[in-house]
Design a binder for this molecule. Structure first.
Ligand SMILES: Nc1ncnc2c1ncn2[C@@H]1O[C@H](COP(=O)(O)OP(=O)(O)OP(=O)(O)O)[C@@H](O)[C@H]1O
Length: 274
């Protein structure tokens, strides 16, 4: 077994069991600021994500959800602790992030944006085109291959960002509120599409959201974070079988779980608002 260790912290020596895809051990993150107090965004976070698991993280604004995602993406190094990620297929990228604000290049066409990761990996040009086209179709952007992002709606831009992540066939999708900027209807369409794609490709997903309904529909487990400094205060199993569709929302157990999660989060959210 191989491990990608996303930290320079010393290893504790034990090895993640094969079923754990991601292991976050005692991770803290402190933003250092000149002449102002440091911000402790994460405090001693422990968390595991199983192989092929869909784990969502919810918590009040500013509790460190995005920081944790960026640490997992290797974009920020934890101040303390260690992240172990089991990299199984060396020919595939370990992670692909998708952010709320699309993060696609405005000067590239839709096709070039989707192909970006494949080009960077040196995939043969015609093969890259073929794979990009496949995903452009899959996310409903056929006919827009040569369009520039400036001519696309927000929903279409986010589809480009999703296709760009899916096309490289990452082992882990790191998604930071990918549907937050979309209208409610489009959000529902893309949630269902994501459910289908993740099922087909057996991705491991780390998903940040503010939306409890979205977390319940999509996830195997939900991690609730406390207000800053962010800690994991509770992990909840989502008991619904897969495949799931939006119909699941009509299940009384769905509403009960949503109420239960909200009862738990409410105090922290109100504190942040005040
Ligand atoms: N570059 C930075 N410098 C200083 N503080 C920062 C920086 N980036 C984030 N923070 C602070 O760290 C804390 C955690 O931020 P983070 O964005 O991870 O939270 P979040 O839970 O994702 O928030 P939201 O739900 O509002 O997106 C917040 O208090 C934020 O203000």
């Amino acid at each position: 077994m191989t491990e990608a260790v996303r930290s320079e912290s010393p290893l504790t020596g034990d090895v993640a069991p094969i079923t754990d895809k991601i292991r976050v051990e005692g991770v803290s993150y402190r933003y250092r600021r000149r002449r102002r107090e440091d911000v402790v965004a994460l405090d001693d976070v422990d968390l595991t994500v199983g192989r092929g698991e869909f784990l969502s993280v919810v918590g009040p604004s500013g509790c460190g959800k995005s920081t944790l995602l960026r640490v997992l993406a290797g974009l920020q190094k934890p101040t303390d602790g260690v992240v172990r990620i089991h990299h199984q297929h060396r020919d595939r990228p370990l992670v692909a992030p998708v952010f709320q604000e699309y993060s696609i290049f405005p000067w590239h066409t839709v096709e070039a944006n989707v192909r970006l990761g494949l080009d960077a990996a040196g995939v043969d040009r015609s093969e890259a085109r073929r794979r990009a086209q496949e995903w452009i179709e899959r996310v409903g952007l056929t006919g827009f291959e040569k369009a520039l992002p400036g001519n696309l709606s927000g929903g279409m831009k986010q589809r480009v960002a999703l296709a760009r992540a899916f096309v490289v066939e990452p082992e882990i999708l790191l998604m930071d509120e990918p549907f937050a900027a979309l209208d409610a209807q489009l959000r529902k369409v893309l949630q269902e599409e994501l459910l289908a794609i993740v099922r087909e490709h057996n991705h491991t997903v780390f998903f940040v959201t503010h939306n409890l309904d979205e977390a319940i529909l999509l996830s195997d487990r939900i991690a609730l974070m406390s207000a800053r400094p962010g800690r994991i205060r509770r992990i909840v199993d989502v008991p619904f079988a897969r495949p799931r569709t939006a119909e699941l929302r009509k299940d009384p157990e769905f509403s009960r779980l949503e109420e239960d999660l909200w009862a738990d989060l409410k105090g922290d959210v109100e504190e942040v608002v005040q």
